[in-house]
Design a protein around this ligand. Structure first.
Ligand code: FES
Length: 105
């Protein structure tokens, strides 16, 4: 199972095995990772699943949809490496992925 590391703004890290096919957000919610609220349930409509993706993984991620890009425009603390974790499906290619949560979460 691919491993994903979630790093809180404080620096506290949780590395978890996430089943292929779940989103990075779903992996966090199912494991009660604090800071990923996912208020819209993965509908790309709330941005409470905002994460910063380690730049080393940028090449392995799917392209942003126009809806995701629009949501990120209004997300607190958005950066060039911001993504909505509900839009990132876990695949074997993402084994080792590291995401950091924004301070606002
Ligand atoms: Fe709402 Fe990702 S869970 S945008």
């Amino acid at each position: 199972m691919p491993q994903v590391t979630y790093v809180a703004h404080s620096g506290e890290a949780h590395t978890l095995d996430i089943p292929v096919g779940l989103s990075v957000m779903e992996g966090a919610v199912k494991n009660s990772i604090p800071g990923i609220d996912a208020d819209c349930g993965g509908a790309c409509a709330c941005a409470t699943c905002h994460v910063y993706v380690d730049p080393a993984w940028a090449h392995a991620l799917p392209e942003q949809s126009p809806t995701e890009a629009q949501m990120l425009e209004f997300a607190d603390g958005a950066q060039p490496n911001s993504r909505l974790s509900c839009q990132l499906k876990v695949t074997p290619a993402l084994d080792g992925l590291r995401v950091t949560l924004p301070e606002s979460q």
